[in-house]
Design a protein around this ligand. Structure first.
Ligand code: C5P
Length: 242
């Protein structure tokens, strides 16, 4: 695989329930960033028809629906999601090995069925909103959040997932443990000039790439900027400068 250009590493989170808002912004950013992400808010409001309108812009799409259910149900959901032609989609690693394996298998067979490229299946490990105490409250008492993230990411790799979504603070350790090919897709990114909003464990775009991130999921630093195009260009320049 040829190295990604700096702008190709940026996936803009279109966190809105409005199709027009999402597609208008995406259209403006086309060519300046690597792709867009739509998640549960957008998808629950607009369904696959809304997702198809975003996909029709021809930008790489991250379908962030974080499937978590029994293997058969997740496999069927992955099949339906694959029909939309995303570059990547995701499942919760907490769904277990059989679920993850079923998701990968479904992505492969659905890609053939719908004649689209096979989407990457990414794992969500520990939600960044959870603290060690929250994990303990759910019965996960072994070690730190960091070690649980690593355990689940290794499980994802064993199940042939393509990568994981992880916090910037986890990138260095995961890259070291999981090798060069395992994709690390990283939200919680803030340039120094942007507000941190509700994100606590943030990192600048250039630093996250230097630590080994493949893709950066960036929402408000671009979408809430006075001039989103200018913000995107500034981030690309910062990544380029290293
Ligand atoms: O606006 P901001 O850049 O914080 O948006 C980050 C995006 O990444 C949002 O869509 C958010 O849901 C998502 N995300 C995150 N932290 C995670 C997983 C996903 O912020 N651990």
């Amino acid at each position: 695989m040829t190295a990604l250009k700096p702008h190709e590493r940026i996936l803009v989170a279109l966190d809105t329930d409005d199709v027009k808002t999402a597609t208008t912004l995406a259209r403006k950013l086309k060519g300046l960033v690597g792709g867009v992400k739509i998640g549960k808010e957008f998808f629950t409001a607009n369904g696959p028809q809304g997702a198809k309108k975003v996909a029709a812009l021809g930008m790489p799409l991250f379908l962030d629906l974080k499937f978590h259910d029994i293997p058969n149900t997740v496999a069927q959901a992955v099949r339906a999601a694959t029909a939309l032609g995303p570059l990547m989609l995701n499942v919760h690693t907490g769904g277990g090995p059989a679920m993850m394996t079923a998701a990968v298998k479904a992505a492969r067979s659905a890609a053939k069925e719908f004649n689209v490229p096979r989407p990457w299946v990414l794992g969500v490990t520990v939600l960044t909103s959870l603290s060690a105490d929250d994990l303990a409250a759910t019965g996960v008492r072994r070690g730190s959040v960091q070690s649980q993230v690593l355990r689940l990411a290794e499980l994802a790799q064993d199940c042939k997932l393509d990568g994981v979504v992880c916090s910037p603070k986890e990138v260095t350790a995961l890259r070291k443990a999981l090798g060069k090919k395992f994709k690390l897709v990283v939200p919680g990114i803030r340039p120094t000039w942007a507000s941190s909003d509700d994100q606590k464990r943030i990192m600048t775009p250039a630093k996250a790439i230097a630590c080994g991130a493949d893709y950066l999921v960036i929402g408000r630093a671009i979408t809430s900027a006075k001039d989103p195009l200018e913000a995107a260009k500034r981030i690309v320049d910062e990544i380029e400068a290293g």
